[in-house]
Unconditional design. Structure first.
Length: 319
């Protein structure tokens, strides 16, 4: 018989959960034609790949202005990019994303090096940026709206020391193509969609098929590579009004397109030029962009009918 105190033992530490690239990191809800927003499931690998590419393309932000609502995908880049590289995320005052003067004051006071804006805000922001030097500002990244050539010229004429980049990509692709607009313009004076980002590819398919559209022929812009996992309730629930057919928004097998790789169909009409340039030419469905926000006109019609309207039809007149 052994008499004495029981030896003290430290319990083994609980194993830390390991996250795989395909594990979800967040769900972002976007507009839906049925009146119910659809949840886009974005995996860790997609966010990590985009943050890594941002650093490769635009350097490490010393201070990045965070002014986008958490309900929009750009906020993920604003929050994670500076923290991933040892920079600072500067929280802009509420409402600064809609007030160019307040946004310019925040950029100046915090010596921000990078900021994301939509072109409608940039159009008004240029004068405030030109009012006083911003020596720390390195990059203005436009995303969420079309960018035209005259605005590019005005930016470079009035804002010294900073570069402007045009970033394109829906929530489902977490940003997939970009261009430096100083050198990438079309004859129609519209800034085109440029090269795909790292770990992604861009292709234009003929409508309703997996055949690649030849140069000069309009088709549907599709993205491949690292994409969102899909929708919370699947393609059919997210797009209940879509016509029946073999192609969903996410195409799991595309043997006719660069081997067997998964594609996301954006719903944007696009034309590939003979020189490889890519021009987006509106939508194939009823989605529109208003102040950088994706809105499905069917969702507005559903809301009007729910509010008591007997009939509802919504149309959109853009710039």
């Amino acid at each position: 018989v052994v008499v004495g105190r029981r030896p003290h033992t430290t319990p083994p530490p609980s194993p830390r959960p390991r996250r795989a690239p395909d594990d979800p990191v967040y769900v972002m809800y976007t507009s839906g034609s049925s009146g119910a927003p659809k949840g886009v499931v974005v995996p860790h690998g997609c966010l990590v790949a985009r943050v890594a590419w941002l650093s490769d393309a635009f350097g490490h932000p010393r201070a990045l202005c965070c002014k986008t609502s958490y309900a929009f995908g750009v906020s993920e880049w604003e929050l994670h990019w500076p923290l991933a590289v040892g920079g600072t995320g500067v929280l802009a005052p509420p409402g600064a994303e809609k007030d160019p003067s307040a946004l310019a004051r925040c950029l100046r006071a915090s010596a921000c090096s990078h900021v994301f804006v939509v072109s409608s805000v940039l159009r008004l922001l240029v004068d405030d940026l030109a009012a006083a030097p911003l020596p720390a500002l390195s990059y203005v990244l436009q995303c969420g709206e079309a960018l035209d050539g005259p605005l590019v010229e005005r930016f470079y004429a009035r804002v010294a020391g900073a570069d402007l980049a045009n970033v394109y990509g829906p929530t489902e692709a977490s940003m997939t193509a970009w261009v430096a607009p100083r050198t990438f313009r079309s004859a129609a004076d519209v800034v085109l969609v440029g090269a795909p980002v790292k770990n992604a590819f861009v292709v234009v398919l003929r409508a309703g098929s997996l055949d690649v559209a030849p140069p000069g022929e309009a088709g549907e812009l599709c993205f491949g590579g690292i994409l969102a996992t899909g929708y919370v309730d699947g393609d059919a629930a997210a797009f209940p009004d879509a016509p029946a057919g073999p192609l969903g928004r996410f195409v799991d097998a595309a043997p006719k397109v660069l081997g067997e790789r998964r594609l996301y169909r954006t719903g944007d009409a696009a034309v590939r030029g003979a020189d490889g340039s890519l021009r987006v030419a509106g939508r194939l469905d009823r989605q529109v962009k208003a102040s950088g926000r994706r809105v499905d006109l069917g969702e507005l019609e559903t809301a009007l009918r729910d509010a008591g309207a007997r009939e509802a039809h919504v149309s959109f007149v853009g710039d």
